[in-house]
Structure formats: C-alpha cells, structure tokens
Design a protein around this ligand. Structure first.
Ligand code: ADP
Length: 339
C-alpha cells in the first residue's frame, strides 16, 4: 500500500529511509530527533556536523548508522505561530524536499514522523492533513511506499461528527449481530432438525436469477455470464464501465502498481479482502456491487467484523476517500484497506 498510517517508534522502522524532524543546527535535540540520535549512535552526530545546518522546509541526508534503515533524511519543520506565517507551505516543503531526496537515492520505502507536531507546536490534526495531502500528491507521480508513523493514536483526528456517526453505526449493527441468539433464531424459519438454525442463517439462498430455469428472458445470458466472471474480469469490466484508467483506479485504491498488474494479468487472481475492498471503494461501488465483487474473491461483508461495518457505513454514505476511511480504521485500531 503506497501510503500507510501506522503506530510505531520510527527508530524501529525497517525502511530505506526514515525522516528526522530536526532543528536548523542539525546537532540533535529532544523528541523524535533525540530518539533517532540515540538509536543511530554517535556517528550520526558527526555526520550531521559535517552538513553545517539546514533551513526550514529543506532536507539533508546522512547514513542510518546503527539504525535498521539505510538513510536518515533530516528536515526542519516550521515553528507554529498561529498559522498565518506561511507554516503550511513550509511544512509541505519539508515533505516534498525529503521525498525528492529519498527518490534521488532510489529509496523505495520511507517513514515520516509527524513533523513539527511536537515541540514546534503545529496542531496535530492539521499537521497530519498536510502530510497526507503532500505525500499523496508526490505518490501520484512516483512508485514508493511511504509510512506516516505516529506515536499516539490521538494524533489522528477524524471529524468528530463522522467518528460519532460511525461509532453509533457500529454499536447498532455489531450489537444486532451479537444479540441474544434466542432472539435471532426466532426470526428464522423453523429448522428442519433441531439445532440447525445457525446453519440455516448463514446459508443465504443463491441469487434468484441463478435458480431460474432457462426460459426466454432478455439479458439472461448476460446475467449468467456475469455469474461466471472472475474477480479480475469483474474488476476490469467495472473499470471500463466507469471510464477510468487503471492508474486512476489503483492510485485511488492506494494499491501498489505491481500488485494491480498482478491482479490484471491473472484472470484467476484471488486478492486479500482488504485489497478487494479498497478496489470497491476506488470504483465507488454500491453496497450490492461491493458484496458481489468481494464474493468473487471468496469474501463477504460481515456484521461481526467492526472493520466491515465501518466500510459498509462509508459506502452507504458515499464516502469513497480511502485515506479518510483508513484514518477512521486506524483510530479504531482496525486493519486499513489496501493490503
Ligand atoms: P518537532 O520539533 O518538529 O515538533 P518533535 O520531535 O517534538 O518534533 O515531535 C514530532 C512528532 O514526533 C510528535 O508528534 C511526536 O509525538 C512524535 N515522536 C516523538 N518521538 C517519536 C518516535 N520515536 N517515533 C515516532 N514519532 C515520534
């Protein structure tokens, strides 16, 4: 997945480069800077001394020394002064400069902390938005996997209305799915033999179109052909029907180009559920179409799975921004879409 929000200590990231939120002297400081210098060892400080400083919005590169990454890219974020002093442009410039430097050193995986959002005082939610937007823009023209590493879940703030609505929806739907089984079974047709009620509930009858005898029916052949479609075939048909390009689709799905080509070139490819869901969201499918696409990959949306409920809610509300959905999933400690 090209852009991932994860919770971790950035010094533990096994990537080509980690980014340091440094100060203009590059001679170390507190926060993430201190943690990186401690983990990299004294050679990092010696290398930084040779660089002779760095201006706000720019970036410099050193080796990673004792860190598990190859490089450290040092960038200097703006100090928050209320937001009307060019902070946003400077912060975006940090991300762009660091990414350009990473690309010129052929880095394929890069991890960022939330620059300026600690001692420099940039409000975390706004700092995250700048990071997400700037990185997404860069990724539209580059093949790279970028991690935004946040230390605490509170750094991710989803609009409180959306979050409240989603958690209320989860409470309703999840509670129903886990309701007193006696109450649930009462709504089912009588089981043929005692004890089969649960199984009866889980085997939905096949779609009626599939059970009809082959009487003349306009479009029946097309419907039957659709039943035989594989995941890949359905995906490619939907991309054509929506008049979007392959690249638009995998970028919107936040899916790696290579993974998309693997799916595209194998008519029998079975993606993971998170990948299938990401593609459904990218294609802005209805809930019914999403279920159908998932089924082709052997999956279903379940009301016993909170992640599925979040995605179901978003599709119902036509929220098709994968980064926004992934922020909600992250906040709820659920697996993001796109793997
Ligand atoms: P700045 O001076 O740019 O604000 P800070 O180091 O004070 O930099 O904080 C930047 C962000 O990095 C903060 O959100 C802080 O919570 C986070 N942070 C601190 N230590 C780590 C770490 N080891 N890994 C990832 N993030 C960290």
């Amino acid at each position: 997945m090209p852009l991932q929000l994860i919770r971790n200590d950035i010094t533990k990231m096994r990537v080509d480069a980690i980014v340091n939120a440094a100060n203009p002297s590059l001679l170390g400081g507190g926060g993430v800077d201190g943690a990186i210098h401690r983990a990299a060892g004294p050679q990092l400080l010696a290398a930084c001394r040779r660089l002779g400083g760095c201006q706000v919005g720019q970036a410099r590169l050193t080796r990673g020394y004792d860190l598990p990454c190859k490089y450290v890219i040092h960038t200097v974020g703006p100090i928050w002064q209320g937001g009307a002093h060019g902070e946003r442009a400077q912060l975006a410039s940090c991300y762009r400069s660091a990414l350009a430097l990473a690309a010129s050193h052929r880095c394929k995986t890069v991890a960022f902390p939330l620059i300026s959002s600690g001692v420099y005082g940039y409000p975390k939610a706004q700092a995250l938005q700048v990071a997400l937007e700037t990185i997404a823009e860069f990724l539209s023209g580059h093949d790279m996997t970028v991690y935004i590493v946040v230390f605490d879940r509170d750094a991710v703030q989803v609009s409180s209305k959306l979050f409240q609505n989603i958690t209320a929806y989860i409470d309703d739907v999840y509670a129903d799915a886990h309701a007193d089984p006696a109450g649930r079974f009462r709504q089912l047709p009588a089981a043929p033999v005692g004890g089969f009620a649960e199984e009866a509930a889980s085997f939905a009858p096949p779609p009626r179109t599939a059970m009809r005898p082959s009487v003349a029916h306009p479009g029946l052949d097309a419907m039957l052909a659709q039943l035989d479609e594989s995941f890949t075939q359905m995906l490619l048909r939907l991309i054509d029907e929506k008049h979007i390009s392959d690249a638009d689709c995998y970028k919107k799905a936040n899916i790696d180009r290579r993974l998309f080509h693997k799916i595209r070139s194998n008519p029998h490819y079975k993606p993971s559920k998170q990948t299938a869901l990401a593609l459904a969201v990218a294609l802005e499918l209805s809930l019914e179409q999403t279920r159908e696409l998932l089924m082709k990959a052997g999956f279903a949306l379940s009301h016993s799975d909170k992640g599925d409920i979040v995605v179901e809610y978003c599709i119902r509300q036509r929220i098709y921004n994968i980064i926004e959905i992934n922020q909600v999933l992250f906040k709820l400690d659920l697996q993001p879409l796109g793997y």
